[in-house]
Design a protein around this ligand. Structure first.
Ligand code: ZN
Length: 286
C-alpha cells in the first residue's frame, strides 16, 4: 500500500477508535504510527504532571538529539520537573533530575544548566531573578504547554503531524458499507436479506451455500469455517413429504426468501415445502 494511503487508513482507524471510545488504543496507535501528535492528549498529560508518559509519548515522534528544537522540548520538560521537585523541597529528586536527565544538556546549554545548578543552594529558587515570577506548578505547566506547542510548530519533524485531517464522521464504516453495497450490486445471484460478513468478499451465492450448510450443522459457528467432509456419516438426507404422484423432477430451487424449497415436476406440478424453526435454525430458513 502506498505510504500516503496507509497514512490515511491510520487516520480512518483513529477516527473509528475515537468514535468507539477506545481511549488507550487511540494514543497507542498515534505513538506507534507516528502519524499524529495529539496535542490535546499531551496537554492532559502535562497539566496532570504525568512526566513519564509525556516523554514516552513524545519519544515516538522525536528524540532530544534530532535537532535543537527537539532538544529544547525535552530540556523544558525536564526543567519543569526539576523546579517542581525544588518547590516541593524534594532535594534528592531535584538532584537526581539535574544529574541524570538534565545532564545531557550541560554542554549545549552551559549557562542555563549552571543557573539550574545554582538553584540547589537557594532556600527558595524564586530568589534567583530568572525564576522570580514562578508561581505554582499548575500555572507553570500551562505556560510550559504553550511553549511546547510553539516549539512543535517550528520543528520540521513535528509541524506536519499536529493536525488531524478534516473528513466526514464514520468514514471507515461508510467506506465498508459502500464496498458491501457495490459487491452486492455486482452479485451474480443477488439475494435479499442475507447478513453480510467483512471476513471475505461478499457473494450472495456463497452466503446461501453457507446457510444451507448451517442448517446441516456443518459450520463451526466460532470459526466460520466449513467442516471438511471425510465420510458418509457426515451427510444428511432430507425427506420432503408429498402425497402427489410425481414421475420426474425438472427443477428443485430455494424460495427467494430462503424459507422453503420449490419443486417443479416435468408434468407441470409445483410443490412448496416451508422450513420450520428449530433450535439449530431459529430463523426457519433453508
Ligand atoms: Zn449479493
Amino acid at each position: 500500500m502506498r505510504s500516503e494511503l496507509k497514512r490515511e487508513l491510520i487516520f480512518l482507524v483513529l477516527q473509528f477508535l475515537e468514535e468507539e471510545n477506545y481511549k488507550e488504543a487511540i494514543h497507542k496507535l498515534e505513538r506507534e504510527s507516528g502519524c499524529f501528535l495529539n496535542t490535546n492528549h499531551l496537554e492532559e498529560l502535562v497539566l496532570s504532571g504525568q512526566w513519564e508518559e509525556v516523554e514516552r509519548y513524545l519519544l515516538a515522534f522525536t528524540k532530544a538529539g534530532d535537532n535543537n528544537n527537539s532538544a529544547k522540548i525535552f530540556f523544558e520538560i525536564q526543567k519543569q520537573k526539576y523546579l517542581e521537585a525544588l518547590d516541593s523541597r524534594d532535594l534528592g529528586k531535584a538532584v537526581k533530575i539535574l544529574s541524570e536527565e538534565l545532564r545531557i544538556f550541560a554542554v549545549a546549554w552551559e549557562d542555563e544548566y549552571k543557573e539550574l545548578n545554582d538553584l540547589l543552594t537557594k532556600n527558595d529558587f524564586r530568589e534567583h531573578a530568572q525564576f522570580a515570577s514562578y508561581t505554582t506548578a499548575k500555572t507553570e505547566r500551562m505556560v510550559l504547554m504553550t511553549q511546547l506547542k510553539m516549539l512543535f510548530e517550528e520543528n520540521p519533524l513535528l509541524c506536519d503531524k499536529l493536525r488531524f485531517p478534516i473528513f466526514n464522521n464514520s468514514r471507515l464504516r461508510n467506506l465498508i458499507s459502500q464496498s458491501l453495497s457495490w459487491q452486492h450490486m455486482v452479485c451474480h445471484n443477488r439475494h435479499p436479506g442475507l447478513a453480510p460478513t467483512l471476513l471475505m468478499d461478499h457473494d450472495c451465492r456463497r452466503n446461501l451455500q453457507r446457510k444451507e450448510l448451517e442448517g446441516l450443522n456443518l459450520i463451526h459457528e466460532e470459526g466460520w469455517r466449513l467442516t471438511e467432509i471425510n465420510g458418509t456419516t457426515q451427510f444428511r438426507s432430507l425427506i420432503l413429504p408429498s402425497c402427489i404422484l410425481i414421475d420426474k423432477i425438472a427443477m428443485l430451487v430455494y424460495t427467494n426468501s430462503a424459507n422453503g424449497i420449490l419443486l417443479l415436476a416435468e408434468n407441470g406440478i409445483h410443490q412448496v415445502w416451508k422450513w420450520s424453526s428449530t433450535p439449530l435454525n431459529s430463523e426457519g430458513k433453508v
